[in-house]
Each structure stands twice: as structure tokens, then as C-alpha cells.
Design a protein around this ligand. Structure first.
Ligand code: G6P
Length: 367
């Protein structure tokens, strides 16, 4: 594909900066802003008679699916069977005629994800593909293909496709909640309005880039880094770690904050930065108490949080990066921007090949 990098030094940088526009396009396709309701292909998906969601993907798409698990549970009260495609296809995971299976893939050509789709065909009620390339194999073979409309993504590390996957999956979870009778018109209006406001909030988040870049300078010589989050921000911590590993070659791990004391805390000292994603809300205090254990080990902490969370974090002397407030369910959208910018700037400072990291391919079409 011939795509211009424009004024940007790397495709990844361009793709990060495109997100207010790609999300605006995605949401204008997904939402009807005149009456604050769902619209288009997602509104036509039926969850009637569906008793379980199966979510399968690889890489960054798997982390988008992992965030969506929280959404299908909280908005639709549906159990979710979530797995990476290479495991799912060879497990004897029981499949049922009242399952709705969703395959998430930017390229639509990932070999394991395609094989997993073929594996469920005829065994589940419906298969949906959440894809960026409408002509792809996964799009063609699924019962229904839903396009994230992110436009061509060139950087190997996925950015705008990830946020596009989140947008589509959030709309799907909302539809599931409606069909299950759990989301009423008021709640729908509230969530649709929240989603419609995201492109602007993403643009505001991108404005903190100079601060992220400044923090990145403290990470160029570290060997290890730890990312933490809770709730829907727990999978985001894993995605942030993946992003950093992929392009900066720094060993990074993502953990659910509550799991910290079951292992990773043993690794912490002043040389291991800990980046924490935390939105203000019911889980915030729990995360803060995890963070205080980290700080007590001398590890440098960065809290990525909204203004309310930042006020609390600063009271106890923690370094913060402030992202705009959103409804709690939508926090992954703003936090992921910081994760992307951080990985990008650390990689640039280290001088790695940001768009074509060693040993990695944009699309893995062999097993
Ligand atoms: C490769 C890419 C990742 C991507 C993953 C899944 O590992 O480097 O960026 O997340 O494949 O690709 P897919 O096209 O199925 O989303």
C-alpha cells in the first residue's frame, strides 16, 4: 500500500496522531448522533438467544479482545470465553450452539485466528469478524464482518487499529447489553454520548506528548519495566508492555495490579520503572495501595490517571501524567494513547527501527 508519512518521522507516529480522525470516522459509522443510539452494522447484530461470547485473537488484537471481555460482562452480563488463537484452536474448548464467537484481527489474515474461525464454524450460533481489511480471509469466512475503518496501518506495532478495535467492541458490547435487556435507553444515550466525545478527548490526550517524551528519556537505559492496571485497564497494562517490548527491546511485563505481590514485586528496585494505569473510581484506592508497596521498594512510579486521580496521587508525592476524564468504561481509550506514545518515544531515543522492529512481521500468515 502506498501511504504517505506526511510530516511524521515514522508511520507509527503518524498513526498515533491519526486516531482522533480514525475514531471520529469509526464512531460516525457506529453511532447515530441525532438520537444518541447505535447505528449501522453493529446495530444489526443480534444477541437474542446468545448465552456466551467467545473472543479469539492474537497479539494486540488479543488485548483489545481482553478489554472487551470486561465490557461484555459489565454491560451485558454475558460470560466470555477469551483466548489467544494459537491456544484456542488446539484446546478442546467446549463450543455451544448458543455461543456468539468474535474474531479480532487487523489484517484479517493471521493464520491462527483464521484457523480458530474455521474451528468454530457450524458449532456456534454466529461468527463475527472484527477486521480492518474487508477483503481479507477472516472477513470473507465469518458469518458477518464488521469493519473498524482505521485505514491502512503500516507500523508493525498496532496503534490506530487497536483503538478502532476497542471502538467497535465497545459498540458491540452496548448492543449486547440492549439485547439482553440490561442497557435501557438512558444508559444507551449516556454511553453513546461518551463514545462520541472520545475523538476530542483523544486529541487532548495526544497534546501531553511532550510530557510523555520527557518521561521516556528516563527509560532509555533501563533493562526492565513493569506496567500495572486494574479492571479494564489490566489488559491495557499488558498491551503497553507488549508495545514497549516490540519496538524498544526493553523487557517489559504487564500485570494486574492486585497480582503484584504474587511475584513481580520481587523484581522491583530503583532501576525498574513502574507505570500504572488507573482511572478514578471504585478501584482507584486499591490500585493506590498496590502502588505504595511499589514505591516502598524504591521503584520509580509513574501514575497515568485523570485529574481526580492525579490529585490523590500527587498528595502522596507520586509522579503523574494526566489524561482527560471519561466514563470509567471508556478509560482504556485515553490510557492507550499514553502507552503508545511512551513506547514510541523510548524507541526513537534508543534509535531502533520503529516501524520495522527486528524479527517481527505486520501480519503472521504462518502458524
Ligand atoms: C502481529 C503484529 C501485531 C498484531 C498481531 C495480530 O504480531 O505484529 O501488531 O497485533 O500480528 O495481527 P492481526 O492482523 O490478526 O490483528
Amino acid at each position: 500500500v502506498l501511504v504517505d508519512r506526511g510530516e511524521h518521522r515514522h508511520y507509527m507516529h503518524k498513526e498515533i496522531h491519526e486516531q482522533p480522525a480514525t475514531l471520529a470516522r469509526a464512531f460516525s459509522n457506529l453511532l447515530n448522533l441525532d438520537n444518541s443510539s447505535l447505528n449501522g452494522a453493529v446495530a444489526d447484530v443480534s444477541f437474542e438467544g446468545v448465552n456466551r461470547i467467545v473472543l479469539v485473537a492474537c497479539g494486540t488484537a488479543y488485548y483489545a479482545a481482553s478489554v472487551a471481555k470486561y465490557w461484555f460482562e459489565s454491560l451485558a452480563n454475558l460470560p466470555v470465553e477469551l483466548d489467544i488463537a494459537s491456544e484456542f484452536r488446539y484446546r478442546s474448548a467446549p463450543l455451544r450452539a448458543d455461543d456468539l464467537a468474535i474474531f479480532v484481527s487487523q489484517s484479517g489474515e493471521t493464520a491462527d485466528t483464521l484457523a480458530a474461525l474455521r474451528h468454530v464454524k457450524g458449532k456456534v450460533k454466529t461468527s463475527l469478524a472484527v477486521i480492518n481489511v474487508p477483503t481479507s480471509s477472516i472477513a470473507r469466512e465469518a458469518d458477518h464482518a464488521l469493519e473498524i475503518m482505521a485505514g491502512p496501518e503500516i507500523g508493525v506495532a498496532s496503534t490506530k487499529a487497536f483503538s478502532g478495535q476497542l471502538a467497535l467492541l465497545a459498540a458491540l458490547a452496548l448492543k449486547a447489553g440492549k439485547d439482553q435487556g440490561l442497557v435501557d435507553a438512558d444508559r444507551e444515550r449516556q454511553l453513546v454520548t461518551g463514545m462520541a466525545g472520545l475523538p476530542r478527548l483523544i486529541a487532548e490526550t495526544i497534546e501531553i506528548e511532550p510530557l510523555v517524551q520527557e518521561f521516556a528519556t528516563t527509560m532509555t537505559t533501563v533493562r526492565d519495566a513493569l506496567f500495572l492496571g486494574r479492571g479494564a485497564l489490566a489488559p491495557l497494562a499488558l498491551e503497553a508492555a507488549l508495545k514497549l517490548k516490540e519496538i524498544s527491546y526493553i523487557h517489559a511485563e504487564g500485570y494486574a495490579a492486585g497480582e503484584l505481590k504474587h511475584g513481580p514485586i520481587a523484581l522491583l528496585d530503583k532501576d525498574v520503572p513502574v507505570i500504572v494505569f488507573a482511572a478514578s473510581g471504585p478501584l482507584f484506592e486499591k490500585t493506590m495501595s498496590n502502588v505504595q508497596e511499589v514505591a516502598a521498594r524504591g521503584a520509580p512510579v509513574l501514575m497515568v490517571t485523570d485529574p481526580q486521580g492525579a490529585a490523590l496521587a500527587q498528595e502522596v508525592g507520586l509522579k503523574t501524567l494526566v489524561v482527560p476524564s471519561t466514563a470509567e468504561v471508556l478509560a482504556p481509550f485515553t490510557h492507550t494513547i499514553v502507552a503508545q506514545l511512551l513506547a514510541y518515544h523510548v524507541a526513537v531515543l534508543k534509535g531502533t527501527d520503529v516501524d520495522q522492529p527486528r524479527n517481527l512481521a505486520k501480519s503472521v500468515t504462518v502458524e
